[in-house]
Design a protein around this ligand. Sequence first.
Ligand code: 7RM
Length: 654
Amino acid sequence: MAEVTIDSTLQEDRLFPPSTEFSQQAQIKSLTEYEQLYARAKADPQKFWAELAETELHWFQKWDTVLDWQPPFAQWFVNGKINIAHNCLDRHLTTWRRNKAALIWEGEPGDSRTFTYAQLHREVCQFANVLKQLGVQKGDVVGIYMPMIPEAAIAMLACARIGAPHTVVFGGFSAEALRDRLNDGKAKLVITADGGWRKDAIVPLKEQVDKALADAPTVKDVLVVQRTAQKIHMEAGRDHWWHDIRQGVSADCPAEPMDSEDMLFILYTSGSTGKPKGVVHTTAGYNLYSHVTTKWIFDLKDTDVYWCTADVGWITGHSYIVYGPLSNGATTLMYEGAPRSSNPGCFWDVIEKYGVNIFYTAPTAIRAFMRMGEHEPNARNLSSLRLLGTVGEPINPEAWMWYHRIIGGERCPIVDTWWQTETGGVMITPLPGAIATKPGSATLPFPGILAEVVDLEGNPVPENEGGYLAIKHPWPGMMRTVYGDPDRFRRTYWEHIPPHEGQFTYFAGDGARKDRDGYFWVMGRVDDVISVAGHRLGTMEIESALVSHPAVAEAAVVGKPDEIKGEEVVAFVTLDTSFSPSPELSAELKKHVVQEIGALARPGEIRFSEALPKTRSGKIMRRLLRSLAAGEEVTGDTSTLEDRSVLDKLREGA
Ligand code: 7RM
């Protein structure tokens, strides 16, 4: 039995049911309604998804087979013809939504732009025609390396409109990371900007593109949007200003009828080892899954202003800034800036300025706000908010409660949404009018998602025992393959857990447990599990215990090899601004973990640090901390690190 399960210690009993007012107006109004939906979807998943595909999306031609499942390869809505840009734009133009705000954009320096559906449609069509004029054809891969400006969304939709798969690369990534992704996808064209604003400075995007293209031979043209107007190099014959080349170009560009399974995009996700994987999503299934999850989870109403703070270079930006909200005819808000010392309350300003109703952000951002104190949010009017969400990491109960009280005014349900680049959309989540929440739990699977916690043979583990989070039936939003490497797709996701009772099982790489109410508690990545004296400890629970101490703002724990115990816990800790490091505090924190969890989890070492190494999407890179704790060289892919100087500081501190 060793090594099959993960010990769990977190005890959290608070329950927050939605208010009657919220439930009454919600898309899904009660637990019973959710349970009925779930049961119906489970009994006949194909019928469930086919009905939604019929009612929720526009098709040029209906499919003839709902699901063709040759494990691990799925095809959904086989032989259907559809275009996601048409579903996001054109179909709204024949309704009253024609002149509704589709996209509200706020720039970091305080400039702003709003596009109605009709205006956004026009922009996308013209952009698409420019791409065509530059020789981009259906099936050609286009790289997008952009700041958070409207043209990022416009570029994505323009690609989708003409059937050119996009590969969006985070604007924060290095020239090398960009080059590797462009080469892997054999991109033909790159869309970028002269620069972007981030934390009061200009990110020199075009300069990075120039470096990347020195060694990316497939790229023939670069389309450059002017954002910052600083001086940049323009390579004659290769680089084109968007504002020049668009002159006189028609805004009439019919959407290409795409096959359901035509590739919509590639998005790279860094595995813990090896080169990044190009996650492939296709057209119809992704359109349907991002659409339905947005509608039910964010409980969208036509009057809502909806804001997801992710970057478009992350899957969350794809599914929940661009495709999901626009397919639903929603008003989606996009913000270029990030909280920074010159304006720590900028998020709350944006909420107040636009009367944001639905706000979706990451636990790491919430913990950063907690660290800055209540003053900033308390100084704004946040009463327009009616629903909050989180994504990206397990949220520790402490941060959840702060979010609930200080941002949500104790009135907004919180949807803690568990999902991955690979899943295309949210998989485990509260439906906010139906499911009572517990701080730290993503609660229950979305209808149609057969999630389970299993051991390495694929058997469900008993209640409250930690195991592997797995999905037992294909779903429309699932990734189809690793770009150019189907074998890696099979090995990474489908071979860890053998088929169980004839069902192939998707292995997500996360540890989790289910409580007596069937609620899921995600415990962190299985690769990060720490083995102490034969016990396997998830990172989330120890970190959560540390953060529950008033001095601690953020914590990351890793295992360090130990001759006797196998591994010992090393904790990297960022303190609240009103505390400073000391041996006494270190001893106190160790004691605190023992009290909260037990002697087993007692950190052998506490290392104080100003900041933790994170990805741009806010995930702590424990792999790097593990090397540091063991005194080894940091190796492997560090291209996704948000701030390289953090690593140097940690090294010096060692
Ligand atoms: C959307 C996204 C995926 C990994 C996933 C988890 C972690 C994401 C939650 C979460 C606990 C959550 N895509 N994760 N959301 N863990 N609770 N609500 O993040 O591909 O970048 O990352 O993120 O480990 O496997 S991702």
